[in-house]
Design a binder for this molecule. Structure first.
Ligand code: ZN
Length: 149
């Protein structure tokens, strides 16, 4: 069993997304393809999905069971404990990357110093736009300013 590094996955978003689908629960190859399309709005090729599942299985990250679906039998793929652990590490790593990526666009609330991800509450004070996370923080900020005068 050759360990698979987190970097190998991050370089390819399709594979990353297939892992998130597997992480949600056991699924067969075809449902990965249809769910991928529904969520991402993009086709994922079976020639990517099936070899990837096979590769994961070879590395001990996924295992399959054969279950009857109607007349046919289908392979249902499921993450192993190792697979789930890898996903957890991968998602954490991905969350870090995302937070680094959006950090420069973040505003900080002038009152409580929490990060304002989108919108927030902006008030013009002394001719300058001041950002708050919410209007309550803006109120408190103004009240404090007043009491200092
Ligand atoms: Zn605030």
């Amino acid at each position: 069993m050759i360990p698979m590094s987190v970097d190998e996955f991050i370089s390819d978003f399709s594979r990353f997304y297939i892992l998130t689908l597997l992480y949600e629960g056991p699924c067969h190859g075809y449902s990965i393809i249809t769910r991928f399309k529904r969520r991402i709005g993009k086709e994922v090729s079976p020639s990517l999905v099936y070899p990837f599942l096979q590769q994961l299985e070879q590395k001990g990250l996924v295992e399959h069971t054969v279950k009857p679906v109607g007349e046919k039998e289908r392979k249902v793929f499921e993450l192993t404990i190792e697979g789930r652990e890898l996903c957890t590490r991968l998602f954490k790593r991905f969350a870090n990357i995302i937070s680094i990526a959006i950090e420069p666009s973040l505003e900080v609330c002038a009152h409580c110093a929490c990060k304002v991800y989108e919108g927030g509450h902006i008030e013009v004070m002394g001719g300058k736009e001041t950002t708050f996370c919410c209007k309550h923080c803006a109120e408190s900020y103004k009240r404090e300013k007043m009491s200092h005068v």
